[in-house]
Write a protein that binds this ligand. Structure first.
Ligand SMILES: CC(C)(COP(=O)(O)OP(=O)(O)OC[C@H]1O[C@@H](n2cnc3c(N)ncnc32)[C@H](O)[C@@H]1OP(=O)(O)O)[C@@H](O)C(=O)NCCC(=O)NCCS
Length: 183
């Protein structure tokens, strides 16, 4: 897996030294799941998932860390997975586990690098993402990158004691190639 470099962040595959930084985010509902379901994992289970993800296209394990280039610290994780047993697209997901890193455009830059990489290294024609209708930071990030809001699934996700509607987004290879870079 390559290292993907942008102006402010780079994406690189997880290494052993990252596990103790990233794992606590997984067990912190306010970090990883303000708008998503949450389940506690063991450290060993987490490591096993990360290390077996390469051979499992459906794995939800993180596949890259987001590292700030200037500071050299890991502030987030991203992943992608085959989301449907028949339809041939990849869904992406993204979390900036360090709340102080949010709101500075790093999420958008990181997701842009990931989408570039996936269109460059696979043959998929569509990359998708889903987010809770209340997760404004997530859907604004997607829209700014050129993803289209394709619809809303009603009562698709149970979290925080209730059923939530979920927006689904997608961008095609042709749209991505033709997009104007975000300002
Ligand atoms: C979603 C997330 C990755 C966004 O990354 P980020 O670096 O904070 O976002 P950016 O600074 O790149 O901003 C992206 C857009 O969201 C907007 N935004 C950022 N934080 C916001 C907030 N708290 N509320 C509303 N909009 C927000 C920005 O203004 C920007 O929109 P614009 O381009 O129209 O101005 C980050 O907030 C996060 O990790 N959240 C928790 C985990 C999560 O929800 N992941 C997504 C699951 S679907």
């Amino acid at each position: 897996m390559p290292v993907l470099k942008g102006p402010s962040v780079l994406l690189r595959p997880l290494e052993h030294r990252d596990y103790s930084r990233v794992f606590p985010w997984y067990n912190a509902p306010d970090i990883v799941a303000p708008f998503d379901r949450f389940s506690v994992d063991s450290f060993d289970g987490f490591v096993h998932e990360v290390e077996s993800a390469a051979s499992d296209p459906t794995s939800l394990a993180p596949r890259f860390v987001v590292e700030r280039r200037k500071e050299g610290d890991v502030v987030g994780v991203l992943g992608y997975y085959r989301a449907h047993p028949v339809l041939e697209f990849l869904d992406i997901w993204y979390v900036l586990g360090d709340p102080e890193a949010r709101g500075h455009g790093l999420g958008r830059e990181a997701v842009g690098l990931l989408v570039d990489h996936l269109f460059g290294s696979t043959e998929v024609e569509r990359i998708g993402a889903t987010c809770d209708v209340q997760n404004e930071a997530s859907y604004r990030l997607l829209e700014r990158l050129g993803f289209r809001w394709e619809g809303t699934m009603r009562s698709a996700l149970f979290h925080h004691g209730g059923w939530h509607d979920v927006r689904f987004y997608g961008v095609t290879r042709a749209e991505w190639a033709a997009r104007a870079p975000p300002i």
